[in-house]
Design a protein around this ligand. Structure first.
Ligand code: F0G
Length: 477
């Protein structure tokens, strides 16, 4: 490899490498996931994390100022895959804070000062996804992509649509019909993405968009978290937590698990910081599934699937999916953001659990809703999926796996206003979604109106819908 940054298959028995300018989301040779890797000896890697402090005073003007302003790119020496700084697509993402949640800690029975909430809902599109999109859009710009796409439970599509409009690329989002919350749908429409409402769920959407992106003639750059560049940006959530704690690791990081990109990124951040000698202690990881979308929980706790230095038993996963298909099991949870049955980053999540001595738990919808309400009542709003982290903390405290004297960071992945229906229903019993479905419809007539396009879960129908949109030459996109 001539570049100090390259892509590499995570399967140690394969280890194939690919150039940094290549567009792929899996290994050609063996089909495994890819990592972005760095030859640190050829890069100006920092010698200590305090190196980044000199950027704290920079104003957000000029390229360097804008990069220093971003909560992702102020750590750019730890994700140096780009060739020049002016290729970076940034809008000031990642300026989020680690909040000490003492009132909530009291309710949870955690020692004063020990419960911290990493408030990722403060991102420009209202979720942690912006951390990853800024990196993936930077790569998309490096390779000259014009059309970008994703499948989504809502937040990825909102973030993609926002970045696509700013980067002047065409955004196409695949969402399960009726599966995403109103706040997130409104964002995708408003930012002008072609919004395909597929008759199916997230897993169906992801299968379709991957299928379409695989054929180069469709010219679609895939923005889901199978894209390894997304995870490079999401590593920065860990850097910011360390930064807020004077570069000291907490005892625990707790994160909701859906497609398992976030926890995978966290594991990679710590693997690299350890490689570079930047940290002494790696925190423990808890990944929390919703009980109705608990593939990781079942495989990790019941089937005892572990990373095994990359030689994990893939047949266990295949058998699990075959059983799911036989019983027509589909993921189902009120936390629509994590309603995912076939998490694509599963192998990387196993690696993160290994490196961070992790645990996995599942929580019920009732537990999620109660803890979401508690997070809001004691000062910090979040959407249902995010509260899985706090509900998971409750479980781990009850099991005495986490002690009240340990320092715990729960990641609040998305803003409270993403899913106002869930909140209103919790407090009033009124299901606004049902009311909306009954409401009479009138055709929108705004100059920039951008209606979602309903489509069968069928390759030809989807391609036809995309072609219709292209030939209509929608002025708003
Ligand atoms: N929390 C929220 C609010 C999310 O939107 C997601 C994922 C997760 C947690 C889970 O993160 O997939 O990295 O394990 N949302 C994706 C989407 C799948 O399409 O918006 P993960």
């Amino acid at each position: 490899m001539t570049d100090p940054a390259f892509q590499q298959c995570i399967n140690p028995a394969c280890g194939a490498t690919y150039g940094i300018d290549e567009i792929r989301v899996s290994c050609d040779r063996c089909g495994s996931l890819l990592d972005i890797r760095y030859d640190w000896s050829r890069l100006p890697a920092p010698r200590s994390l305090s190196f980044f402090e000199h950027r704290w005073n920079t104003k957000g003007t000029g390229t360097t100022g804008q990069l220093d302003f971003s909560g992702v790119w102020r750590f750019r020496e730890l994700l140096p895959f780009y060739r020049s700084e002016d290729q970076i697509v940034t809008i000031g993402e990642g300026r989020t804070v680690l909040q000490t949640a003492d009132l909530l800690a009291k309710q949870m029975g955690v020692k004063h000062g020990n419960l911290l909430l990493q408030y990722e809902g403060l991102n420009p599109s209202g979720s942690f996804k912006d951390n990853g999109m800024t990196a993936a859009f930077t790569h998309a710009r490096m390779v000259g992509a014009e059309k970008v796409a994703c499948a989504s439970t809502g937040n990825t599509s909102a973030s993609l649509a926002m970045f696509a409009s700013l980067a002047e690329m065409q955004g196409v989002v695949f969402i399960g019909s009726g599966k995403i919350s109103i706040g997130k749908l409104s964002q995708a429409l408003d930012y002008g993405a072609l919004t395909l409402q597929i008759q199916g769920d997230f897993d169906d959407c992801l299968r379709r968009v991957r299928q379409i992106a695989l054929d180069p003639k469709n010219g679609l750059y895939l923005m889901n978290s199978v894209n390894p560049f997304r995870l490079e940006g999401q590593k920065s959530i860990m850097y910011r937590i360390l930064e807020a704690r004077d570069w000291q690791s907490p005892d625990w990081i707790i994160v909701p698990g859906g497609n398992l990109g976030n926890c995978s990124a966290f594991g990679k951040a710590f693997i690299e910081m350890r490689e570079l000698g930047l940290i002494k202690k790696i925190p423990r990881l808890a990944v929390i599934n919703a009980a109705g979308a608990n593939t990781l929980h079942r495989l990790f706790n019941q089937s005892k699937l572990t990373w095994s230095e990359g030689r994990f038993d893939a047949t266990v996963i295949q058998k699990h999916y075959a059983t799911m298909d036989e019983s027509a099991w589909v993921a189902q949870t009120i936390a629509s953001a994590i309603e995912i049955g076939r998490p694509v980053n599963l192998p990387k999540a196993l690696r993160a659990l290994h490196v961070m001595n992790g645990v996995v738990r599942e929580v019920s919808d009732d537990e999620i809703l109660e803890h979401r309400a508690m997070v809001a009542r004691w000062g910090f709003g979040c959407e249902p999926a995010s509260a899985a982290s706090v509900a998971g903390l409750r479980k781990l405290l009850d099991e005495q796996i986490i002690s009240p004297s340990e320092t715990v960071v729960c990641i609040l992945t998305g803003h409270e206003l993403k899913d106002p229906n869930a909140t209103v229903k919790y407090h009033t019993g009124i299901d606004m979604k049902a009311v909306q479905d009954l409401a009479p419809r009138t055709d929108p007539h705004g100059r920039l109106s951008n209606k979602p396009v309903p489509v069968e879960d069928d390759l030809d129908s989807i391609l036809r819908a995309m072609e219709r949109d292209r030939t209509a030459g929608s002025q708003s996109r």
